[in-house]
Design a protein around this ligand. Sequence first.
Ligand SMILES: [Zn+2]
Length: 343
Amino acid sequence: MKEEFEICFKSAGGLFDPQSKEVKKLVEFSNNTIEHIKSIYTKMPPIYFNLINNNSLNATAAIFNNNYLIGVNIGTFDIIRDLFLKNLSCKSNALFKCTKLSLVNTKNGLEYDHSFDPDSIMFDLNYSKLLSQQTTLVGKFVIYHEICHILRGHVDFIKIKHNLQIHEVNTIIDTKIINTLQTLEMDADSFATNRCLNDFFQNQSIDFRNGIYKDLKTFIYYFSYSIYCFFRIFGFYELNISCVKSYSHPPPAIRISMILDNIATILIEKNIKNKDEIIATSMQATRDAENDLSKITYFNNEFFRVQEVYANPELTNYLFQIVNNWKNIKGELEKYTFSELPN
Ligand SMILES: [Zn+2]
């Protein structure tokens, strides 16, 4: 399927090759994550995963000549590492100067700037475990999200019905299918959130076993913190309702709100004793993340955009619309899915 991958993603940059030891590890990690899901959902078809030679932030789930492919831009992993490296350097020692993220704005959107040398960053080694856990957590979230697009039939549905591919970079699209795409993105975020939490609960994943997450509350704090940081890099946009409806993805502030709601639902369903305290922790984590990000980016603190989702009835209603639309799409997805669909 390597050949199909090359052809399918040629215009996006093609296969990222040759691969260093570190990059090979990323591919192996992603393949292990796919295998883990395949062991749970045995009807899932084979998926070929690889990296795309592109420095921007994007990932794609596709079907090409009947082969299922997931391509993640190498820039996505570079940016995730840069994000937590600079973040933890800035937090770990008051003597270290906070360094801004190595991002350049190009015609293709934000790209990782390779002129930066990661070894130049002063770093407190006590934080190295946290660095690896946070990058792993976000990496895992991205892969689970892409797998869901294939597993639950999104890719086939969008290809057959609308002749489109699923990209993670936000685009303005034909408003006729807007709710469909945003609802599918919500589903993929929900699947990824559930899988990451499940890995913690089951303690099956090696990445969590010897981790720094000593209890559920700490885990939820870092999960919410890390995912918030990642979405925030995509930028917050004006939450004008007519613009919001024309995006391929729900705006980051709405996505984050849905993920926090999703976490709360899981904790309630599992009847976790100190759930209220943990839910409050997840909110605090997003607040802290916004604060910390303003030190390593040129972003202003715009936490009010997340609060606006809950305070503005137009936006709250729109959020419900994305969620409720699942009922309409679910029936159509039944033809394409490789797993049972949630209610
Ligand atoms: Zn997606």
